[in-house]
Write a protein that binds this ligand. Structure first.
Ligand code: 5AD
Ligand code: SF4
Length: 472
């Protein structure tokens, strides 16, 4: 049994990260485990987790499991969890209630993985109170899933395999992508920023960049397979390459990916601190790098930003924002904001509203501060009442929504490029897709247009989405 330890996870011990091309293996015995069995996977959290689930699915495929969309139908249920806020925890424990019932009535196997599995409080709770969960695996243990599952089936006792410290960069984990048209591509793992509220540097470990050649080759293979769009993924993509020691930066990578000729390139998430002029120049130079940037500010108060350990002031953020708007034509910018951080006064919150008024974001994800065990902010005195936090969130959301609608209104009657990626879940006889600027559009179109980038005239506009029709 390997259980997690957040103190251990904080240390950055793996000084020499190596690239491993043969780490992932499946034995003949393991290939037979999934025969005539179905798996169901539920993913919580960020794009990184979504992409991890694409790896997990491919591994289960190798073991000959087939996928089902129904929890009740599954022989193996996997939860890929998120630890970023308390409400993510609550959702997971809610679903576990339903699964427990199934586990008592049928012969099924249940696996618990992802960021929550990296937290010692959670793993303690599972080993004490959720003994019926068959196996627990951490974010650094996905490569070893065939062995963990084999042991769980053979030994019939709870298997816990969670390494606290990150491993190496593993280059041969298979992937079964959810989309045929757009793909996530990891460019780095982990994060070394240690913003004081954030659990990610503990659950995902030290920053490890992939070597450029592996990334470029992955993108070239995706082009051959007909993919239109890649999203380069990392917790803090602007810091890409800094750990490699080869004098190769995010700007270099963006340029090399742009030169592959793939139609659309996106990247998330950017940290304002590492966003330099070279990157801005490359984004504005290449048409296939989309004019869309997710640039979390977290707070508009320089005092709170300091307490958060964000390494920029309100003024520095605004300068960067202005530069992006000036240099990248038609760029849309979105953000993340936390309200109710310890010590946030009404005046600090007003600073946040002022920044929103200045930036008029295209949209934003907004959150109430959630103390995460083991992070510095969880030990700071929390002097804002829940009522006040909720009221701030509501006031903030009203302002954010106002600007989302105003920004969207500018699209009315304009013709914009949209990659049609799926059937619309909201509108009959429609496909859905995103503009270059990441606006969701429902388009009246036949499914022969799936996977195509088409010109769409916007016919109506709402706060969260738009409707349009193809222009021939
Ligand atoms: N409480 C609330 N929000 C958080 N985020 C990260 N950690 C916390 C926390 N402890 C938010 C940040 C981040 C986004 C992914 O989640 O805004 O950018
Ligand atoms: Fe968390 Fe900050 Fe790293 Fe983002 S940059 S993952 S908020 S520590």
């Amino acid at each position: 049994m390997n259980t997690p330890d957040l103190k251990e996870a904080r240390r950055r011990t793996n000084n020499k990260v190596s690239i491993k091309e043969n780490e992932y293996k499946v034995t003949d015995k393991q290939r037979k485990i999934g025969l005539n069995k179905k798996y169901y996977i539920k993913t919580y959290g960020c794009q990184m987790n979504e992409h991890d689930s694409e790896n997990i699915s491919a591994i289960l495929n190798d073991m000959n499991f087939t996928k089902t969309e129904s929890l009740e139908d599954a022989d193996l249920i996997i939860l890929n969890t998120c630890a970023i806020r308390e409400n993510a925890h609550n959702k997971v424990f809610g679903l576990l209630g339903r699964i427990k019932h199934l586990r008592q009535t049928k012969n099924i196997m249940v696996g618990f993985g992802g960021c929550m599995a990296q937290e010692e409080v959670i793993v303690e709770e599972i080993t004490n109170k959720y003994k019926w969960i068959d196996f627990v695996f951490g974010t650094h243990n996905i490569v070893n899933l065939p062995n963990v599952i084999e042991k769980a089936y053979d030994n019939k006792k709870q298997e816990v395999e969670v390494f606290s410290c990150e491993g190496d960069v593993i280059e041969n984990i298979p992937v079964k992508r959810d989309s045929k048209y757009k793909a996530w591509v990891n460019i780095m793992y982990g994060c070394d920023k240690f913003c004081t509220y954030c659990i990610v540097p503990y659950t995902r470990g030290k920053q490890r960049s992939r070597l450029p050649e592996y990334i470029i080759n992955e993108v070239k293979d995706l082009i051959k397979d007909g993919y239109q769009e890649v999203t380069l993924l990392g917790q803090n993509v602007n810091a890409y390459g800094k750990d490699l020691g080869i004098n190769y930066t995010m700007a270099n990578l963006l340029e090399d990916v742009a030169k592959t000729g793939i139609n659309r390139i996106r990247f998330v998430t950017s940290h304002p601190w590492d966003f330099n002029d070279d990157m801005i120049d490359i984004i504005s130079k290449y048409d296939n790098i989309m004019p869309y940037i997710h640039l979390p500010i977290q707070s508009g108060s320089s005092k709170i930003l300091k307490l958060m350990g964000r390494r920029y002031t309100k003024e520095e953020y605004l300068n960067l924002f202005k530069k992006l708007k000036e240099k990248i034509p038609n760029v849309s910018i979105t953000t993340d904001i936390i309200v109710g951080f310890p010590g946030e006064t009404e005046e600090d919150f007003q600073d946040t509203l002022d920044v929103v008024d200045a930036c008029k974001y295209d949209s934003a994800f907004t959150f109430i501060f959630s103390p995460r065990v083991g992070t510095p902010a969880s030990k700071m005195e929390d002097n804002v009442s829940l009522e006040e936090k909720e009221s701030r969130l509501q006031r903030l959301n009203q302002l954010i929504n106002k600007y989302s609608k105003e920004n969207n209104d500018k699209y009315l009657n304009k013709v914009v490029p949209v990659l049609l990626e799926d059937y619309s879940s909201k509108k009959k006889d429609c496909l859905k897709g995103y503009t270059d600027t990441m606006k969701l559009v429902n388009v009246k179109a036949d499914d022969i247009y799936l996977g195509k980038i088409v010109n769409v005239k916007i016919t109506s506009v709402k706060t969260w989405s738009m409707d349009g029709e193809i222009v021939k």
